[in-house]
Write a protein that binds this ligand. Structure first.
Ligand SMILES: [Zn+2]
Length: 63
C-alpha cells in the first residue's frame, strides 16, 4: 500500500491565502512578501522597545 503524497495546504498567517506547504520556502507564509511583512511588523516593535530602552541611560553613557 502506497500513500500518495498530497500537497498540504495551509493558510498564510499574514494574508490568509491557501498555499502549498511542502514546497513553500516561505512557509508558513505564502510568499516572501508576506514573510517580510510579518517579520517587519515585529521587528518594528522590537526596535521600538529597544530604542526606548536605549533612550533612558543615554545621558550617563555619553562623555
Ligand atoms: Zn500571504
Amino acid at each position: 500500500m502506497e500513500k500518495k503524497k498530497q500537497a498540504v495546504k495551509k493558510a498564510c498567517p499574514n494574508c490568509g491565502k491557501q498555499v502549498d506547504f511542502d514546497r513553500n520556502p516561505f512557509r508558513p507564509f505564502c510568499s516572501k512578501r508576506c514573510k517580510m511583512e510579518d517579520l517587519g511588523s515585529w521587528l518594528k516593535e522590537e526596535y521600538y522597545i529597544s530604542s526606548s530602552f536605549l533612550d533612558a541611560p543615554a545621558e550617563d553613557s555619553q562623555k
